[in-house]
Design a protein. Sequence first.
Length: 225
Amino acid sequence: MMPDARKRRVAEAAFERVRDQLDANTALGIGTGSTANHFIDVLAESKIDFLGAVASSKATEERLSHYGIELLDLNMTGTLPVYVDGADEADPRLNLIKGGGAALTREKIIAEASRLFICIADDSKRVDVLGTFPLPVEVIPMARSLVGRALVDLGGDPEYRPGVVTDNGNIIIDVHGLSITDPKQLELAINQIPGVVTCGLFARRPADLLLLATETDILEFTRDA
Ligand code: 5RP
């Protein structure tokens, strides 16, 4: 089965888990990327009635608007019941690397503002130790070199992602060569560097539920399992 078919199936599985919570007063958090896009498609095709969505990127806003789904401001919604998003890597504790699509900062804000974070992916994203996927870091442009040197001090091999400007007007540095055995500690250490907006480690606020599509099944992981 093509990876895209797996992404569609896991998006359908996520929808089945949230549909009972949706009504005319419910706002959803929705992430960014090809798997999140499938979730938006499934949601729209279902024609289910819900209030609208807080989007983690302009790209997601455009897709939601295309379907006529109401865009909501997180400052008005308060805590969201559910956030659905993809990931670039997930470890057994449901710590994640995110930001392959450069939307990590808004994704982290929405994850923090949500009671339940459902992460959806195909099974290629599951790893024992995070770090094979280069860790994205959103950086204020004038701090690029400063942050790069600090990331070398932390044991990484930083690479500027050319041509990418985030929705917040910043740049992305991808950090290669990390074997992330203590994700929470590294997340805190990177986020302390002046000029870093945030890094793509989701360990302080990991996923609550991870749905992974294999060739034949949907695997379900919770943090407490
Ligand atoms: C965007 C992200 C995405 O969730 C991540 O890159 C996964 O994308 P895809 O579903 O296309 O594999 O973090 O910033």
